[in-house]
Each structure stands twice: as C-alpha cells, then as structure tokens.
Design a protein around this ligand. Structure first.
Ligand code: GLN
Length: 565
C-alpha cells in the first residue's frame, strides 16, 4: 500500500493477549452487532497468522469446522459468529492467512512486479496486509472490524501487528481504534484476580508501537475498581476504557448485552467521532428471553466422526439451538461417535432421542455407523435430518435396506461398487489440488410442490451453500421414488438432486448443502426449525413419563472415548 486512498470507513483492530481461545471472534461479532444496532454499517474481517493457504484443508480436530461463505470461500469458524451476529456482507476478502499473503507477494515477485528489489517482510508483506485491510474500505461502510487471530507475542503475528501499527499512520490515527482482549485469571490459592499477564501483554503491544485504546478483560470473577485502576495505570489506558467481559455461563448470545452494559459501544463511537443513536437491542433481547424461558425440552443426537470435538460441528449445534429458541425448547444435543454406533449398534446408544442428525464429513471412518444410525431413525419413525454426507449416507442406507441394492455405496468409499448411488461430479473428476476445488458456495435449488422442504421454507426457490465433491446419482432417482424416497429439491436444470425426503415418515429430510451456514439466533433456518419442530412433536407424543426415564438414560450416558484423527 503506497498511500491509502481515504474513504469514510473507520477501522477497529481487535487483538488478543495472554492466551488463545479468549473468544476474540465472539467479542468482535458482539461489537459489530452493537454498532449495527446503532444504525452504523459494519464490515468484518479476520486475519489468521497460520501459514496454510486456506482453512479448507485443515483438520477439524485442530481447527474446528470450515465455514463456507456464499461466494464459496472456505474460512475460519469465527466468520460463523460474524454472520450469526451481524448483517456484515462476508466475502473472500473477509479472511486472509499468512499463507495467502505470502503467496500473493511471491506471485507478484515471480511476475517481476518488484523490479528486482529485495523482497522483505517490511515493506512488502506488511504492504500486502495493509492492502487486504484497505480493500474493504469504501464510502458506504462506517466501520471495518479486523480481528487478528493468534496471540500477541506469537512469531507469526509479528508482521500483522506491524502492519496494523503502520495502518494508522496511513489513514490517520483518528480513523483507527485498537481493542486488546486479555485474560485476567483468578488464582484460587491467592484468592484474587491477577492483572500482571494483562500488563505484560499490553507491554508487548506497546513495544511494537501499538497503544491499545480499549482493553477488554476476560475474567471469571468481577473486576473490582482497584483491579481496573491498576490495569489502567500500568497499561496506559483510561479507566473507563478498561472493560470487563465476564464468562457467560448461560449463552454466548449474552455477550453483546454485557458489553453494552459497560457502554463499550459509546466508548467506540466517541473515540471514532461517530454520532449514532443508542443501540436498539429489542429483538436480540426478545430472543434471549425466549432462550432463557424454554417450555419444553428435547434430545437430539448428532452422529458424526468428530463427536468429541465441540468446534467441528459448531454451526450445526448453533443452528439446532436457534431452532430450539423459536420453538421455546431447550435442546440437549448429545454428540455420538459414529464409530461407537458401528461397534455397539444403535439400539442402546440412540434409544430415547427425539431426533437424529448426521452432519457433513469426509472419509470412510465411521460411515457404517452413520448408515446404522439412519436406519434406526428411518425404521423407528424418529425425525431425521441429514446434511451433506448425512444425505449421502441416507441414500446409501435407503438403497441398501429398502431398494435392495445391498452393495450400494458412494464411490468416495468404494470405487468398484456395482451401485454407485453417490458418485463424483463430472467436473470433479479432473481435480487434483485439494484447496478450494470442491463444489463450493451458494447454489440455487428448486423445491418440489407439496414437499416438507417447500412447506418449511414457505417458498419454491432457495439458495444454499455447498461444500462437497460427490453427488446423488440421479440415475437412481426413479427407483428411489418407487420405494418411497423422493427428491424434493434439485438444481434448476433438474440434474442434481439437492434434497431428499421420505413422505411416509415423521420427518425425514436430507440435504446436499449446508443449511447450518445460514441460521441466526434471531432468524433460525427453516429446515432446522422443521426438524426441531418434528422432534418436539415426537417428544410430546411420547409424554412426560417417558421423558423422565430418558433423562435417567442421559445421566447414565458416558462420554465416548477418543478416536483417532
Ligand atoms: N465427502 C462428501 C463429498 O465430498 C461429503 C462432503 C460434506 O459432507 N461436506 O461429497
């Protein structure tokens, strides 16, 4: 970035210190929500210091789910928080990694764009970082929030910190605000909160030349005025800008309200010289009220390969909860390891659930456990929702156990199957690179009349996000229909079945796309709503007495042991 073109947009940089997993993504999303509800236009971005060129190829074990945007970018799961909390339009420019930054600089170097100069971290890498921040600025956007992944002090973070330091020189100090999130741990032995790690972390930032404007202190105990004064003094941040963010026992959706109570949004608008009315949080508060006051309870099993990893199916769990809010229902989500179902059979593991969901996934491990779980749901009339691989396995199960094609499979798992009910798309056959090469992003889908899908959505055309290589082989469609499984949604040319359902079942719907990327707490996804509604109906039908015995069953339920990655 030579000299920044001056747009109206102001910039907020969110950094983190002391430890990782402080919830920077949630905090950034909460800030964005507060600002949006004041009528401001906000864009969000995450810069990730890891070297991988895209998060799409990273293991869910290490990195949680891959979050897919409308434009097909595979991004960090924090972008899911951004979309669930805000209206910020996310695109490919909303997530950059060190790998992407370096790749772009190296490609420029290969094209001779640096005219033989020595290519260095400063200025070439830092310029590239600044340009990806600046590219979000325009005259329609009031505020751009850029969250920096990692922790201050990490080697990988250095160029990013240097770039955001330089950034305020380019666009003017009055247009930038630095928010630093730290941990103030409570030491049981000493019986007190410790501010030293925060002091050190801010010290590191100041060494780089960044003086944070606002400190958000994550803590499990209330900060006293003394604690805040100490932090203020040692960190050179005014007392009113030392804000506590207590652990939210109940729900992450309470974070914006807690930050509002500490007037964080007033502080931000004042500092950035923006005038905006008070935040209107009525809708958000109404959602929280419903969340806090459920009238019912249902149990949903999520049968997947990464059952023990809470971030691997993050958006699915969130979407189930959103649907629960809209049905005034508290949902107990129990992840069940598909390999466990494979070993033990579904009878004990899945007894007592009001609904069963099989999420997306890759690789053969645990596939037969998923097939068994789906058979259990289908045969016992338990509401079933299949997502992506959960649709493909539903087709395999149906082909094997209902249509009678006993060796039916997906060519992902058995290249030589006689009945490839799931097979590779033609466009995928040539692909050898792993990153960003699947059928990705938003695709249109036409819904069949009188289908459950159409009834849920209340419309005939929808757009949903995809991330897969394999597809239901439409050559089997008429055989499936004859046996009672219909295609209720397909691509507009009719060639790609996108939704299947069994009309003669309590609720059996499976989709090739990922509806979980389009659900918000204030606007649950129609299919999740339909699924949870059916699970609730199921629960109410079996009555409270059965509910009680189920409760016991869950209390006895042991966490499954870990399986290999
Ligand atoms: N492995 C399957 C495919 O590539 C399903 C992918 C998914 O569930 N996201 O088609």
């Amino acid at each position: 970035m030579e000299s920044a073109e001056l747009f109206m947009s102001k910039h907020i940089f969110v950094t983190g210190g002391v430890v990782s997993s402080l919830g920077k993504g949630l905090t950034s999303a909460s800030i964005a929500l507060l600002l949006e509800q004041r009528g401001l236009t906000v864009k969000m971005q995450k810069l990730d210091p890891y070297i991988n060129v895209d998060p799409g190829t990273m293991s869910p074990y290490q990195h949680g789910e891959v979050y897919v945007l409308d434009d097909g970018s595979e991004t960090d799961l924090d972008l899911g928080h951004y979309e669930r909390f805000t209206r910020s339009p996310l695109t490919r420019d909303s997530n950059y990694t060190t790998g992407q930054i370096y790749l772009s600089v190296i490609e420029k170097e290969r094209r001779g764009e640096f005219l033989g100069k020595t290519v260095q971290v400063i200025p070439h890498i830092t310029n590239e970082i600044k340009s990806v921040i600046q590219c979000l600025a325009d005259d329609e956007t009031d505020i751009i929030i850029t969250e920096l992944g990692g922790t201050v002090g990490d080697i990988e973070s250095q160029p990013f910190l240097e770039a955001i330091r330089q950034f305020s020189q380019d666009v003017g100090k009055e247009n930038c605000l630095y928010i630093h999130l730290t941990l103030v741990p409570y030491l049981k032995a000493a019986g007190e909160l410790k501010t030293k790690p925060t002091q050190h972390s801010v010290g590191q930032l100041r060494e780089i030349g960044i003086q944070p404007d606002i400190l958000i202190c994550r803590t499990e105990q209330e900060l006293s005025r003394d604690d805040r004064e100490k932090i203020s003094l040692f960190c050179n941040v005014p007392l009113e800008a030392v804000i506590q963010e207590l652990d939210m026992e109940f729900s992450i959706y309470e974070v914006p309200i807690a930050l509002r109570e500490h007037k964080l949004d007033d502080l931000i608008t004042d500092r950035l010289g923006l005038s905006a009315p008070e935040a209107n949080l009525d809708q958000w508060k109404a959602m929280l009220h419903d969340l806090r006051n459920p009238q019912h309870e249902v149990n949903i099993a999520v049968v997947g390969k990464y059952a023990e990893h809470k971030d691997a199916y993050k958006s699915i769990y969130e979407s189930i909860d959103h649907a629960g809010i809209s049905h005034n229902t508290q949902i107990r989500i129990i992840p069940i390891h598909s390999e466990l179902v494979e070993r033990e059979g579904p009878d004990r593991l899945l007894a007592g659930f009001d609904g069963i969901l099989v999420p997306g996934g890759f690789g053969e491990r645990g596939i037969n456990g998923k097939v068994e779980a789906i058979r259990f749901a289908r045969e016992r009339n338990i509401p079933y929702f299949g997502i992506c691989l959960g649709m493909q396995t539903a087709c395999i199960e149906f082909a094997r156990n209902v249509v009678g094609l006993t060796d039916a499979h997906s060519t992902e798992f058995d290249k030589n199957t006689q009945h490839a009910v799931i097979c590779l798309l033609d466009e995928q056959k040539q692909v050898t690179n792993k990153g960003g090469t699947m059928r990705l992003g938003s695709q249109p889908c036409v819904l069949a009349d009188s289908s459950v899908a159409q009834e849920c959505y209340g419309t005939t055309h929808v757009d949903e996000r995809h991330r897969h290589r394999y597809e239901f082989n439409h050559l089997y469609q008429s055989q499936f229909t004859a046996h009672g499984m219909i295609v209720s949604g397909s691509s507009p040319d009719g060639l790609l079945p996108e939704i299947i359902e069994i009309p003669d079942h309590a609720w059996f719907v499976a989709v090739q796309f990922h509806p979980e990327f389009k659900s918000k707490p204030t606007k649950p996804h129609p299919l999740f709503q339909g699924f949870v509604g059916a699970a609730l109906k199921n629960r109410l039908a079996v009555g409270e007495a059965a509910g009680e015995s189920r409760k016991r069953l869950f209390e006895e339920f042991k966490e499954p042991e870990s399986f290999e990655a």
